[in-house]
Design a protein around this ligand. Structure first.
Ligand SMILES: C[S@@+](CC[C@H](N)C(=O)[O-])C[C@H]1O[C@@H](n2cnc3c(N)ncnc32)[C@H](O)[C@@H]1O
Length: 432
């Protein structure tokens, strides 16, 4: 572990523009893992803990993304003629094309001679965030190197694959090492392909490295949440709940509404660790029962929950009749319920989905299960855009769905977060 003091020095330099003379945070040794962030004073729910600005940022440009977003401001561009005319292979808007940032990017990419500069190539565009590390100052580079980098077998693939899109990609070992290291740092700490940040209803057109945020460890019931300032893309981290002085500040790397098994798998596969937080050690997830299914015994009305062994295929226990089931047996019920609910969505009538979730689905899957939660979230999102074929009755159900999800959040002990604000706002729209 790199010394918390040196990390704090470099981060303080990076955050100097915020002129925060009395920070509410400090970096220390964590009981969860390595370094962590701790409060220097008591904070109330909603208080700002820190602001952070991206040390590196670039288009996310994953294979499945549309590539016509500006590589500097990330605004969506028209579908055609969005590539830089200077031949660097990057999409850019006419305003940003004149900015210093694009000039530096353009010079760098042109020097590597893109093979097809007029064609948007996701591998090349995605590499921009990593390439920008080459032009960082010494202190900034030291800060990148100061952050944890989980060096798995794949971390060299990104640069190796993108290199094929250039005629003269650098062969200098030091430059390649900087880029590979940056990929690993982004994957471990950043808003990157491996992070599932849509949890809080926030979508990202970019990948970015926020260095102070990168020191925060994960908890499935975090005590902080983040939002972004529209214009600057700076991050603001606030207390979700009241936090005593000297407490570790945590965030979540997963969606808030996924069950124990799915979170375990995600954290293990994508982040390389096993979470041992209080939610993960409780098969009922604090009584929120997000993974729970009905007991397989048709004479029993109990809920079955997976054991908290951390295994991908745990045994399940009924909390009433104590019947044990294998994971394979329970997955059948889960798959049946998912199939039934998604076929309703395929029918295109939103009204029929709402009525199904309101009156029918609880006969075969508990309302607390994440499949139902996901379906309710989809209904809320669709109804917030348009009424489709729904009337007042379904609008009232939307308010009820928001209430159901807020209740689940309360059971989990989740305080303020973007999801809570969203659900409260959507509920208020229907309750006049
Ligand atoms: C974004 S970093 C967090 C800061 C890190 N502790 C450090 O010293 O730089 C993410 C890494 O921290 C560790 N980590 C974070 N939360 C954890 C948790 N709840 N349990 C175990 N390890 C965790 C994992 O190694 C993970 O890959």
């Amino acid at each position: 572990m790199i010394c918390p003091k040196r990390t704090a020095e470099l981060i303080t330099l990076h955050l100097a523009p915020f002129k925060d003379t009395d920070p509410a945070w400090e970096i220390g040794v964590s009981k969860i893992a390595g370094r962590g962030i701790f409060t220097t004073r008591e904070l109330k729910r909603g208080d700002i803990i820190f602001r952070d600005s991206p040390l590196l940022i670039g288009p996310s440009a994953r294979a499945e993304d549309t590539l016509n977003s500006c590589s500097v401001c990330f605004k969506m561009l028209p579908d055609t003629k969005f590539m830089c005319r200077q031949g660097c292979g990057l999409p850019v808007c006419s305003l940003c094309g004149k900015k210093q940032q694009h000039k530096a990017d353009c010079t760098l990419f042109k020097s590597w001679k893109p093979c097809e500069p007029d064609v948007a190539n996701s591998l090349l565009i995605r590499l921009l965030c990593v390439g920008r590390a080459i032009n960082l100052s010494k202190d900034q580079r030291d800060l990148v190197y100061c952050l944890q980098a989980n060096l798995d077998n794949n971390h060299r693939t990104e640069v190796r694959n993108a290199a094929k899109g250039f005629h003269e990609f650098p062969t200098d070992k030091k430059l390649i090492e900087i880029m590979n290291r940056t990929v690993a740092v982004l994957r471990t700490n950043g808003f990157d392909e491996t992070s599932d940040r849509s949890n809080d209803n926030q979508e990202f057109l970019y990948r970015a490295l926020f260095p102070l945020f990168a020191i925060m460890n994960h908890d499935c019931i975090p005590n902080s949440y983040y939002t972004f300032e529209d214009k600057t893309r700076n991050m603001i981290v606030r207390a979700s709940v009241d936090i005593p002085a000297g407490t570790e500040v945590t965030t979540t790397y997963t969606k808030l509404f996924t069950g124990n098994i799915a979170r375990h798998l995600f954290l293990k596969m994508k982040k390389g660790f096993t979470c041992k937080c209080s939610r993960c050690s409780d098969s009922t997830e604090k009584g929120a029962f997000i993974s729970a299914l009905y007991c397989r015994d048709t004479n029993c009305t109990g809920l079955a929950v997976p054991e908290t062994t951390g295994l991908p295929h745990p045994n399940w226990n009924c909390l009433v009749c104590k019947q044990k089931s294998t994971h394979a047996q329970m997955v059948k019920s889960q798959d049946f319920a998912s199939g039934a609910i998604s076929s309703k969505f395929n029918s295109k009538s939103l009204k029929s989905v709402v009525l199904y979730l309101r009156d029918k689905s609880s006969s075969f899957i508990p309302d607390s299960n994440y499949v139902v939660i996901d379906a309710k979230l989809q209904v809320i999102a669709r109804l917030s855009k348009s009424r489709e074929d729904c009337g007042d009755e379904e609008a009232a159900s939307k308010a009820k769905f928001c209430e159901d999800l807020l209740e689940i959040m309360d059971k989990l002990g989740l305080g303020d977060c973007v999801m809570r604000t969203y659900l409260e706002t959507e509920k208020a729209k229907e309750v006049k």
